[in-house]
Every structure is written in C-alpha cells, then in structure tokens.
Design a protein around this ligand. Structure first.
Ligand code: NDP
Length: 249
C-alpha cells in the first residue's frame, strides 16, 4: 500500500512520541528519509530514531518549537540544505491545556492555538516554497474528533483543531495547481501519553461511546497518513480522514 514515496524527505512535527513516532516509523518503512521534530524531550526523539535505524530506515532528530517562526524557518532551511528537498510535511505537534471556559487562562488559550494551529501555518508556509518549485508535495494536518464534535473543557483545543480543517481546505485550493495535496487526519481516542493520563472511569466511558469498542493505536493513524502521503492518495486533496472507531460519523 502507498508505494511511490521511496526516497522522499519527510518532516513529522512532534515526531518523537505517540502518534508522531508511529508516523515516523511508517514513513521510514516506506523508504522516506524522516526528520523527527521535538521540542523538549530529546531522549524520546533519539529512541524513535534508534527504532527506525534498527529497522533499516533513515531518520534524524531536529529540535524546534513549531510556534516560533524563526526556529521553523531555520529548521526547514537546514533540512533542505542537508537532504536536498522537503517533500512531505506532517503537522502533528499538539498540546492540551484543558479547563472550563470560565476558568481558562488566556495563556492556556494562546499556547494551544500557537502550537496546534499557528504551528501548522508556520511549518506549511516554510515547507511549501520548495514543494511549489518541485511541483510535488504532501501536507497532512493531524486534527481531532474534538474539532468536529466539541468537548466540554477543551474549547481552546477544539477551536485549534477545527481551525486546522479550514486551513487544510484553503491550502488544498491554493496548492492544487502545483500537485501539492493538503489533507487532514482526525483521530478519535488513541492510546498515547496525551490520553493515558485520563482517569480509568473516563477511559471506560469513552470506550462505551466507540462502536468498535476500543481506543485506537498510533499505528492506526500512521496508516491513514501513509495512504495520503503515498501514490494511492494522489487524487485526494482537501479532505479529512477520520480514524476514530466510528465514534463520530
Ligand atoms: P503526545 O503528547 O504523545 O506527543 C506530542 C508531541 O508533540 C511530542 O513529540 C512533543 O515533543 C511534540 N510537541 C509539543 N509541543 C511542541 C512544539 N511547540 N514544537 C514541537 N513539537 C512539540 O501527543 P499524541 O501523540 O497523543 O498526539 C499527536 C497529535 O495527535 C496531536 O496533534 C494531538 O492533538 C492529535 N490527537 C491525539 C489524539 C489522542 O487520542 N492521543 C486524538 C486526536 C488527535 P516533546 O516530546 O519534545 O515534548
């Protein structure tokens, strides 16, 4: 599945852990040279790199904050200088700062919007120049079921993830004539550091609302990304692929 991306260069933001790690591993297994972005936790990025190299793939870590325009521009310049191009961008880095609206601090709003939404804009802006020149590119934005269904206590996260859907569709229209596709993947509840901190009773409640009756694995999301990045996905743009066990249809 999704052949045709052997030798392409991919950047996965927040690629060091969870869903991002699985995406890095999948793209590397398909023959991409993968850049694993992280911001705070080099050990996790090194472990992702180790796993990829042990499996015969090519990967390196690259530290930058997706919310910082100067860092993003410098990092993408560095990738293109080293690897010759940047062909596939997966905007996966994301954080939560949950709380009810009445008690949400302005900084909780700003941090989530800056990382989850502005980060995708900054990375796409820096990456798209080269893609336009090469007349080939894939941009995949990891949104969330919460951006579609909403969730009490997550207005900042829901707004950022819904914003990514609009960004995806507008970019898809801007870039289509250059053979750059832009799509979203919207995971439901996936087992990662982000969800394992949820109390057991909440996890049980979530499972009860999922027709396929279990949380998803990072690899389930990686499979959707591989489809959109690869040759099989070449005629798909401006779409959001939901990977959620049927919890939102
Ligand atoms: P994790 O919390 O496990 O990992 C988050 C990743 O993002 C880490 O690699 C982290 O790097 C990186 N990161 C955070 N902030 C920044 C930043 N400012 N700049 C660069 N990298 C950053 O998250 P998940 O794997 O659970 O989630 C991945 C994506 O999937 C997110 O966008 C999330 O919103 C989305 N998602 C997750 C769902 C789930 O159920 N888990 C459901 C729906 C969507 P570091 O290790 O250095 O901190």
């Amino acid at each position: 599945m999704s052949a045709g991306i052997k030798g392409k260069v991919a950047l996965v933001t927040g690629g060091s852990r969870g869903i991002g790690r699985a995406i890095c591993q999948r793209l590397a297994a398909l023959g991409c040279r993968v850049y694993i972005n992280f911001v705070a936790n080099p050990a996790a990025a090194e472990e992702t790199q180790r796993l990829i190299v042990a499996a015969g793939g090519q990967a390196e870590g690259i530290r930058f904050d997706v919310a910082d325009g100067e860092q993003v521009t410098a990092a993408i310049k560095q990738i293109i200088a080293e690897a010759g191009s940047l062909d596939i961008l997966v905007n996966n880095a994301g954080i939560t700062r949950d709380g009810l609206l009445a008690r949400m601090k302005d900084s909780d709003w700003d941090e989530v919007l800056d990382t989850n939404l502005k980060g995708a804009f900054l990375c796409a802006k820096a990456a798209s120049r080269g893609m336009m020149k090469n007349r080939w590119g894939r941009i995949i934005n990891i949104t969330s079921v919460i951006g579609f269904a909403g969730n009490a206590g997550q207005i900042n996260y829901a707004a950022a993830k819904a914003g990514l859907v609009g960004l995806t569709k507008a970019m898809a229209r801007e870039f289509a004539s250059r053979q750059i596709t832009v799509n979203g993947v919207a995971p439901g509840y996936i087992v990662t550091d982000m969800t394992s901190s949820l109390p057991e009773d909440i996890q049980e409640k979530i499972k009860a609302e999922i027709p396929l009756a279990s949380l998803g694995a990072p690899e389930d999301v990686a499979g959707a990304v591989a489809y959109l990045a690869g040759e099989d996905g070449r005629y798909v743009t401006g779409q959001v692929l939901h990977v959620n066990g049927g919890m939102y249809m």
